[in-house]
Design a protein around this ligand. Structure first.
Ligand SMILES: CC(C)(COP(=O)(O)OP(=O)(O)OC[C@H]1O[C@@H](n2cnc3c(N)ncnc32)[C@H](O)[C@@H]1OP(=O)(O)O)[C@@H](O)C(=O)NCCC(=O)NCCS
Length: 157
């Protein structure tokens, strides 16, 4: 696909589209890296209102291809890149890379010297390609399931 990727700020109307990308990315892409029970425990959004509140509470961005949401990411006030999810039908097109560039631009503007993230097994190679290193492997509990992920960081300046 040669359609251009554009990045825009997350808006109040983006909750449903981002929930769909979140659930589908986990169920269809991360399925190769976790058991079905782990995927089911992770791919849940019980409270859509809380989701919408969280997304709007921090700088966040939507990647679009021909006006259609294709991925999203964000940056919390303590320099955590909390979310990085790309639509399963649009993997490997550079969408996460474009989102990360936008997150990094914001971090630079805010004077952060470091961004950290908790990367899934699926996302770890992506973040490594983009200059992050693993600080530690950790186990997180989600709805009764234990999932491995990686605390990673990238330093600037
Ligand atoms: C991880 C994820 C966000 C990457 O999105 P993407 O748009 O496909 O990534 P990009 O196309 O920008 O890839 C950037 C680079 O990372 C590499 N990369 C991405 N995923 C990779 C993988 N699973 N294994 C190896 N390399 C990978 C690409 O090859 C590319 O390298 P290159 O530019 O040198 O060729 C996407 O796979 C995803 O949504 N995964 C499921 C949800 C998830 O686990 N999210 C993270 C939660 S912490």
């Amino acid at each position: 696909m040669d359609e251009p990727i554009s990045i825009r700020p997350y808006g109040p109307g983006d909750a449903d589209a981002t929930i769909e990308i979140f659930l589908r990315a986990i169920r269809e892409v991360s399925l190769k890296d976790y058991s079905r029970a782990q995927i089911e425990a992770w791919a849940q959004v019980e409270d859509r209102g809380l989701w919408a509140e969280r997304r709007i509470s921090r700088p966040a961005w939507i990647a679009e291809i021909v006006g259609r949401p294709a991925g999203f990411s964000d940056l919390t006030s303590d320099g955590c890149l909390d979310m990085m999810f790309v639509h399963p039908e649009l993997q490997g097109l550079g969408i996460a890379s474009r989102l990360l560039s936008r997150v990094e631009e914001e971090a630079l503007k805010l004077g952060f010297r470091r961004i950290h993230t908790e990367a899934s097994r699926t996302a770890r190679p992506f973040f490594e390609r983009r200059g992050f290193r693993v600080i530690t492997k950790q186990i997180v509990e989600k709805r009764g399931q234990s999932l491995e992920n990686f605390l990673m960081e990238k330093l600037y300046g």
